[in-house]
Design a protein around this ligand. Structure first.
Ligand SMILES: [Ca+2]
Length: 207
C-alpha cells in the first residue's frame, strides 16, 4: 500500500522535538497516488490564527504539544468531524506504551487498520478518505489480550461506560488520538496507544 509521510506531521514533529513525537521507524516514499492532502498553513498564518472557527464548533486550543488531560477534561465526548469533503487524511501510528497489545483502527466512516502496538513501526502512515463533510472519524482499539473493543467519543459507546479516547489538538490542524486500553477506564493517561492525524477537521461533541 502506498503510504506517505504527512508534511503536517513533519512540521509537528519538528516543533515537538523534546516530546514523544519524534518520528521513529521508517518513512515510506514508494508512491503518491493517494489523492490530494491537507497542506499545512505557513508559520505566519498559524501564528495569526486565534482559534476562533466560524461554525460554532469547540474552539481549538493553543499550539502546544500533547496534553491529553486538558483535552479530556474539556471535551470528554468529542469527536473529530470532517469539514472538507475533497481532502483525504494521513493517519500516523505513534506507538504503544502499554503492557497490553492492541490494534488501532479507524472505525468509521470505514474500517482501516492503522497499527498494532509493539509490532507496527512508530511513524507508519496510512492514507484514508475522502469522506463527506460532517462525517465523524471514529477510532477504535481492539485489545488482543482481552478481546475488548473500545471506541472514541462518548462513554456510552463503551461496554464499561468509561471514555476510552482523548483527542488533543496539537497545532497546525494536527491532532493526537490516544486510547486507554483497560476495562474500567484504566489509569486515564490515554497514551496506551496513539495516532496522529492532520487535515480539515474540527473537534465537536458527538453522540
Ligand atoms: Ca493507561
Amino acid at each position: 500500500m502506498p503510504v506517505r509521510l504527512s508534511l503536517a506531521l513533519v512540521f509537528l514533529a519538528a516543533g515537538c522535538s523534546d516530546s514523544d513525537y519524534a518520528l521513529g521507524g521508517k518513512s515510506h516514499h514508494d508512491g503518491d497516488d493517494s489523492g490530494p492532502r491537507y497542506e499545512p498553513r505557513s508559520d505566519s498564518a498559524a501564528e495569526d490564527d486565534t482559534g476562533a472557527e466560524d461554525t460554532g464548533a469547540v474552539p481549538l486550543g493553543d499550539d502546544d504539544c500533547y496534553d491529553p488531560g486538558t483535552a479530556y477534561d474539556m471535551y470528554p465526548a468529542a469527536g473529530l468531524v470532517v469539514t472538507q469533503s475533497n481532502l483525504g487524511f494521513d493517519l500516523t501510528f505513534m506507538g504503544s506504551s502499554a503492557g497490553y497489545t492492541s490494534e488501532l483502527w479507524l472505525w468509521a466512516p470505514e474500517q482501516v487498520w492503522v497499527g498494532t502496538g509493539h509490532e507496527t513501526d512508530t511513524g507508519n502512515t496510512v492514507s484514508v478518505g475522502t469522506y463527506a463533510e460532517g462525517s465523524e472519524l471514529m477510532f477504535a482499539i481492539v485489545v488482543t489480550d482481552t478481546g475488548d473493543t473500545f471506541y472514541s467519543g462518548p462513554s456510552s459507546r463503551n461496554v464499561d461506560g468509561f471514555d476510552h479516547a482523548a483527542i488533543t489538538y496539537a497545532g497546525d490542524c494536527g491532532w493526537v488520538v490516544g486510547f486507554e486500553d483497560q476495562l474500567g477506564g484504566g489509569d486515564q493517561d490515554f497514551n496506551d496507544i496513539q495516532l496522529t492525524i492532520s487535515g480539515p477537521l474540527e473537534l465537536q461533541p458527538v453522540e
